[in-house]
Design a protein around this ligand. Sequence first.
Ligand code: HEM
Ligand SMILES: [Mg+2]
Length: 301
Amino acid sequence: MVALIATTALAAFSLPLTLAYPSPQPLLGLPTGPAPITDPRFTTWNAPGSGDVRSPCPGLNALANHGFIHHNGKNLTIPHLVDGLAAGLNMGVDFTVLIGGAGLLASPNPLGGSFDLNQLDQHNFPIEHDASLSRQDAYFGNDYSFNQKIWNMFLAVYKGKTTTDIPTAAKVLSARTQDSQARNPQFTYGLREFIFRYGETAIYLQTMSDPVSGVARLDFIRELFEKERLPVDLGWRPSTLPITLASLGVMVNNLFAANPQNVPEGATILKDSYKNLIEGFIGGSEVLGNLTGGISKQVGL
Ligand code: HEM
Ligand SMILES: [Mg+2]
């Protein structure tokens, strides 16, 4: 049943998409929706201690710091992630099963059914990529820790603003692409990187606000990236609507439409070399189509 038809306010762009928002339904008895804000995990935050591991992902690190997923960052199974990501950030089951499944491929034993956060720093497959928002490229060394110099580029593009918007978020992506392209002789950018980079921007926008508007408070986003903390103390609350592959896909599409470098970025997508790889690990072009909200069609997949 469609409870809400959310229309993006992006009619000015060439590819406005609408999102038919299904009512959250329990799936296979798994939890949906965030934990109540009185859940002590929202106000409990502990930095990683000795022996604990963290990742290039500010979202998973923050959830581990709050104890929504194992604080030591180890032995993360899909059911554990489904539970923790829904409780802390209202991530939909579809997102967590798909991306958690990709994360499993970083484990030395993917069939073992779990991974540790530090295994996600593996470069170029399955997820970690160049031109991140807050981490340096693997070519320069550590690709997993927050990096202030890289993050300053993000802040420079948002200078003077207190909230995010789709065009500025798209400009950040473009600025980071240009920087990596200019400085990293091993810069790698294909469809896999494109999907993850745009998807990750959609995730920070949606988790810090809602699955539709793209308007989030910049101080919330800074706390997420800079302190790897959910900004409950600043007044943030988890989205009341679940963040799903469909909601992310629509925003990826609208970010792409707003990109000032639309053509160069689109043109460098190595669709043929990545098609089989992506389909193989995320389960086919239907899922890919959901994730990218139609971009896969545009680039001929
Ligand atoms: C099981 C689910 C998840 C997995 C396996 C995962 C994995 C990763 C990995 C490996 C990266 C590094 C990519 C790179 O920048 O090179 C990444 C980046 C990112 N992730 Fe996650 N992630 C997951 C869920 C989440 C959630 C729930 C959030 C919500 C805030 C999130 C937000 C981000 C953001 C914003 C980035 C970009 C960081 C940057 O560019 O500096 N992720 N994720
Ligand atoms: Mg990276």
